[in-house]
Design a protein around this ligand. Structure first.
Ligand code: NAD
Length: 423
């Protein structure tokens, strides 16, 4: 990723583009260009060697016009306040596209979890939670998992918050284990949603699952569960990459066997799987993956992966953005000229926050649904939003990213106008 890339500037650029096209009220636009609240915390931890290390963490709430704020927590060496602000803004749009009664937030800690013990990660998670406890809560701001965080992280967060207030508060975070108030279907919800909109977009272009090939960047929560659903629907997954490298097989990877391998591997990586050609190093592997002659490409790793430098090499007819912000605005233009359909992040990866919303509703009511009900409701909301976005694109004669943003921003603007400015 280039050193001077600003994800926040990119998110603001996208907002400005849409605001201009929509003739958005300048006062509403000005509010949207700022985050409501950004908390920077220091997180001192006693490491296993007895020394104290201080990590920096953030929780940013972008906009709460439509309800309490919602967004994941990321543990990664590359976390910055700029990145967390941008991801919080994207969450505002994502919740609005689906019609969830939430605004957007995001959080993160600058750390390298791969170099930390489980005990160190737990202590860091708990201290971070206690530092941000003043601004989170089931009626205020509800975190969830993101890159390098998982149900166990959410369990520690829920427990720490509950200890602080003196009683169990399952609704303070989502993406928890089922045993402590998690929802059926949450673990695979983002990947399931990615697969659902991918199939719908493929159908629109006349592509049949059994004859279509897919390449997936990132094989974590989102990438691996998307791969699992797509494989189940008959798609041929011919390439995947992760932080260590890439796996390629033009005849199609055996996804269930690859998933079993990753589960067993110490760092949850694809390396060492026999069913394809392995390429060491994510830079080389990603360059090859993005240029594969596939029907569909699903970036499911990190932001700013498809850029002006490599967009020209993309051969896929459809890009489905499992990750947040994987395509730069310059790449968007290049791909639009090439006729590539891009299903944007705020629609494509909204399955996670949708089932997080179901989880929160279940926690608040202490009334839990079975998996079939969760999946049926998820599929219904994803398909409804997919059609809403396509309708706006047809009406406004614009691409799907612009359409999703017009839909989202007009919903947030409506709420902002109705509520007015306090005092
Ligand atoms: P994860 O930590 O579970 O997985 C990340 C994956 O990306 C891993 O396989 C990792 O090895 C790989 N990766 C990291 N750097 C890479 C690189 N340079 N090249 C190729 N692969 C690389 O994270 P996740 O939860 O799957 O999140 C992935 C993306 O999806 C992020 O952009 C996140 O914000 C977004 N997202 C996640 C959810 C969710 O519910 N988890 C919801 C919506 C959006």
């Amino acid at each position: 990723m280039s050193a001077n890339f600003s994800f926040w500037n990119m998110a603001c650029q996208q907002l400005d583009r849409v605001a201009q096209r929509m003739n958005l009220d300048p006062s509403v636009h000005a509010k949207m260009r700022h985050c409501e609240r950004a908390l920077i915390v220091s997180v001192p931890i006693r490491m296993d060697d007895g020394k104290v290390k201080v990590f920096e963490g953030y929780r940013v709430q972008h906009n709460s016009e439509r309800g309490p704020t919602k967004g994941g927590i990321r543990f990664h060496p590359g976390v910055t306040l700029d990145e967390v602000k941008a991801l919080a803004m994207l969450m505002t749009w994502k919740c609005a596209v689906i019609g969830l009664p939430y605004g957007g937030a995001k959080g993160g800690v600058i750390c390298d979890p791969a170099a930390m013990s489980l005990g160190e990660i737990e202590r860091m998670t708990r201290r971070f939670t206690s530092e941000i406890a003043i601004i989170i809560g089931p009626a205020k701001d509800i975190p969830a998992p993101d890159v390098n965080t998982n149900p166990q992280t959410m369990a520690w967060m829920m427990d720490t918050y509950s200890m602080t207030v003196g009683y169990s508060v399952p609704g303070v975070v989502t993406g928890k284990p089922i045993e402590i108030g998690g929802s059926q279907g949450r673990g695979e919800a983002t990947g399931r949603g990615v697969a659902t909109v991918m199939i719908a977009a493929a159908e629109r272009l006349g592509l049949l699952p059994a004859q279509s090939t897919v390449a997936i960047q990132g094989f974590g929560n989102v990438g691996s569960s998307a791969a699992k659903f797509l494989y189940g629907k008959g798609f041929k997954v011919v390439g995947v990459t992760d932080v260590g490298g890439g796996l390629f097989n033009p005849r199609g990877l055996d996804v269930p066997a690859l998933l079993a391998h990753v589960q067993k591997s110490p760092h949850k990586q694809i390396k060492g799987f026999g069913g394809g050609e392995y390429v060491e190093g994510h830079d080389v592997a990603n360059a090859r993956l993005l240029a594969l002659p596939v029907d569909i490409l699903a970036p499911c790793a990190l932001e700013n992966q498809i850029t002006a430098e490599n967009a020209g090499a993309v051969q896929a007819k459809i890009i489905v953005e499992g990750a947040n912000g994987p395509t730069s605005p310059e790449a968007d233009e290049i791909l639009a000229k090439a006729g590539t359909t891009i299903v944007p992040d705020i629609l494509a990866n909204a399955g996670g926050v949708t089932v997080s919303y179901f989880e929160w509703v279940q926690d608040l009511q202490a009334n839990f649904w079975d998996e079939e009900d969760v999946n049926r409701s998820l599929d219904r909301l994803m398909m409804r939003s997919f059609h809403d976005v396509y309708d706006v694109a047809a009406r406004e004669k614009c691409d799907l990213r612009m359409a999703a943003q017009i839909l989202a921003i007009s919903r947030v603007a409506k709420a902002a106008t109705l509520r007015g400015i306090y005092p």
